[in-house]
Ligand binder design. Structure first.
Ligand code: HEC
Ligand code: HEC
Length: 229
């Protein structure tokens, strides 16, 4: 198709504004974040790769995080994993059990507001097929007592994740605000089959029925003070 020059330029200008914002976020990710975070799906993942990983993968960020949380956290990052990532590089043998070596934990880079927004936009656009099961979380009422019992006792989640009382393990992420940080379908998909989302990750696949998956997901969302959908 032949286009006259002025018309061509006009179209170019129209397209420029929104594209620039997106390129900004993607550029920051590439230049400031890719040294630690995987931004595209690795061809294959071995146990050795987990050993050398410096930070959680971000290539499925758009199906994992809540955007509001990202924008706020990138400006003011707080610790999500009590022993950093991966935890086994930051623990030392204590007299009774492993203890966190605080000296190994560095503060996370933080971004100015406009950059945090641009990066969050770029991250939210990263939604690869087949990682998270869309619509898996059905919502509905939650029995918080049963949820706590299941999390703390029946399923032993607190061996690795801190419970509501702040006690528990530190090899997994803090989940008491999971509903603010994570999308419900991601939480449910991860509980159902952690290995499908993150192969070889040190969270066991517990062969749980759907009722338990719904209950634990609802429990974590409500625990975070998030409205159930
Ligand atoms: C020096 C390595 C390093 C760099 C550079 C880095 N990060 Fe991180 N990032 C980490 C680590 C380690 C964590 C885990 C922190 C925690 O759990 O407390 C993390 C966590 C995160 C999380 C939360 C992930 C989750 O699964 O909970 C996001 C989002 C994130 N980083 C985004 C970024 C962005 C955007 C940049 C670039 C502006 C960046 N990071 C640069 C090491 C890094
Ligand atoms: C043996 C340790 C272990 C146990 C037991 C365990 N987890 Fe995990 N869990 C992990 C690890 C490790 C990760 C992912 C590592 C990371 O991103 O920091 C994880 C991630 C998660 C995530 C996703 C969090 C994120 O930031 O990506 C959820 C949700 C979760 N676990 C829920 C549970 C629930 C519910 C139970 C109990 C049924 C449980 N876990 C039991 C180790 C464990």
């Amino acid at each position: 198709m032949r286009t006259s020059l002025p018309m061509f330029m006009g179209l170019g200008l129209l397209a420029l504004a929104p594209m620039q914002a997106q390129a900004g976020g993607a550029d920051i990710l590439k230049s400031q974040c890719s040294a630690c975070h995987a931004l595209s799906k690795p061809a294959s993942v071995t146990i050795d790769d987990l050993w050398t990983r410096k930070a959680p993968d971000l290539w499925y960020a758009g199906d994992k995080f809540n955007k509001d949380w990202l924008v706020a956290w990138l400006q003011n990052p707080t610790r999500i994993r009590p022993a950093g990532y991966p935890y086994f590089k930051n623990v030392i043998k204590g007299p009774k059990h492993d203890e966190i070596d605080e000296s190994k934990l560095k503060p996370h880079v933080h971004l100015a507001k406009a950059d945090a927004e641009a990066v969050a936009d770029a991250l939210m656009a990263m939604k690869p097929d087949g990682v998270v099961q869309k619509g898996i979380y059905k919502g509905g009422s939650v029995n918080m007592r049963m949820g706590a019992m299941t999390f703390d006792k029946f399923r032993g989640c607190i061996a690795c994740h801190k419970g509501a009382d702040g006690k528990g393990g530190f090899s997994g992420a803090e989940l008491t605000d999971a509903g603010k940080r994570l999308q419900p379908d991601y939480i449910a998909s991860f509980i159902k089959d952690p290995q499908k989302i993150d192969p070889h990750i040190w969270m066991p696949t517990l062969a749980m029925n759907d009722r338990s998956i719904q209950m634990l997901t609802g429990y974590l969302i409500k625990l975070s003070g998030q409205e159930k959908k």
